[in-house]
Design a protein around this ligand. Structure first.
Ligand code: G3I
Length: 368
């Protein structure tokens, strides 16, 4: 049942859709899902269970445009296991069910992360618990969704150059504090045993930029992969989150391409797992911001999709209306304007970024 605020919001959006020129609606007929599939790639988005239940226009857009979904928060430990004795699978089940209903794949995000853990986990880790705090959880969660999950982000954001360790590892992570780097090995082996068919990812933040600090993230990531492979850890892919900043961070095609080649040379697949392109620090004119975002999206995805071992791309949200960027202290616009970072605008209309992404998929080499 829609509450009054949601009803008003959706009425406005429906009116905006009705006012949309037929040509734009026609553009919507060509979906990101079909453009990706035509090249053997995937397009998808992070979604929220509450939004799927409350916003029919959002629900329809997700159903039509995405070939793979990931929970924005519902499959993180703070939601899934709020106390040691309780699991709360309801919200995540809603999304896995929605995906099944719409013939969409699912990504699991994320089994082990330094952030968004329930307090009881953080407290337990400080007391140096047994490895079962990792293995029991991963076994319970990954078995539940076994056979219905394309891939898992087994570990997320394990590099942190701010800590300035020679290996660039995030040693402040409660997992690292409790088990050393071996927490990563333990997690991957547990995930492989729980769901042998899911592709197992290391998911990383900010390795793609043409900046010195990003070069250190790339170095840390590649050296970690080498250590994991030497220890026979079953890592199979690297997720590049790709929270890009078109007016704040430098980007170079060759730098990004070389990084992907180095991952692939280690026998791993790659995927863009959380693409959005914040327009923070951009000019006031939304058209200028949209064009800059679209141009970077095209360049970035042209490089990513040029690699045969590329699995595709998920955006971190599909409409500007609900982007996390609008509420994050680092990226929300001081004047309160909405971040124009995703393929569809606040009225669910396709933006220049949508066309750029369709074009990047259409230009990609076909893979089996
Ligand atoms: O659901 C509760 C709600 O009941 C409560 O009233 C409200 C206010 O406290 O909080 C709600 O939970 C929020 C949750 O998102 C669901 O909306 C949390 O506070 C908030 O911290 C959480 O933020 C998410 C964050 O990860 C932490 O899980 C962001 O939406 C999500 O976009 C962000 O996603 C991360 C990826 O997992 C990893 N890569 C970076 C990316 C962006 O930070």
């Amino acid at each position: 049942m829609l509450d009054r605020r949601s009803l008003l919001k959706n009425t406005a959006a429906i009116a905006a859709y009705a006012a949309m020129p037929v040509s734009t609606r026609a553009a919507e007929q060509q979906t990101l899902r079909s453009a990706a599939l035509s090249r053997g790639l995937l397009y998808g988005t992070a979604v929220g269970a509450k939004l799927l239940n409350s916003d029919p226009l959002y629900r329809d857009l997700v159903a039509k445009q995405a070939g793979i979904l990931v929970c924005e928060s519902e499959s993180k430990r703070k939601v899934l296991q709020p106390t040691q004795d309780t699991f709360n699978f309801g919200p995540a089940d809603t999304i896995w069910r929605f995906a099944a209903t719409n013939g969409q794949k699912m990504r699991g995000h994320t089994l082990i992360w330094h952030d968004y853990n329930p307090d009881w986990v953080v407290d337990a880790l400080a007391r140096k618990p047994s490895e079962r705090i990792i293995t029991d959880y991963i076994s319970t969660v990954a078995r539940r969704y076994r056979g219905r999950t394309h891939s898992w982000d087994v570990v997320n954001e394990v590099i942190n150059i701010e800590e300035k360790y020679p290996d660039f590892m995030r040693r402040s992570s409660p997992w690292y504090q409790a088990f050393g780097e071996s927490y990563i090995d333990i997690a991957f082996h547990a995930a492989k045993e729980a769901d042998p068919d899911a592709i197992l990812f290391l998911n990383e933040l900010n390795p793609e930029a043409d900046e010195r600090w990003s070069a250190n993230i790339r170095r840390g990531t590649l050296d970690l992969i080498d250590r994991l492979l030497r220890r026979n850890v079953p890592i199979e892919a690297v997720g590049i989150q790709a929270h890009l900043k078109v007016f704040r961070t430098s980007y170079n095609d060759d730098v990004f391409s070389k990084f992907l080649d180095e991952i692939i040379a280690r026998g791993l697949m790659v995927m863009i797992t959380e693409l959005d392109i914040t327009d923070i620090d951009g000019p006031a004119d939304p058209e200028v911001r949209d064009e800059a975002v679209a141009s970077l999206a095209k360049r970035f995805l042209d490089v990513a999709f040029s690699k045969e071992q590329s699995l595709g791309c998920l955006t971190w949200g599909i409409t500007d209306r609900y982007s996390w960027l609008n509420s994050h202290w680092k990226y929300k616009h001081p004047d309160g304007r909405i971040s124009r970072s995703l393929p569809f605008d606040t009225n669910y209309s396709p933006k220049a970024m949508f066309s750029a992404m369709v074009s990047a998929y259409s230009a990609a080499p076909t893979r089996s």
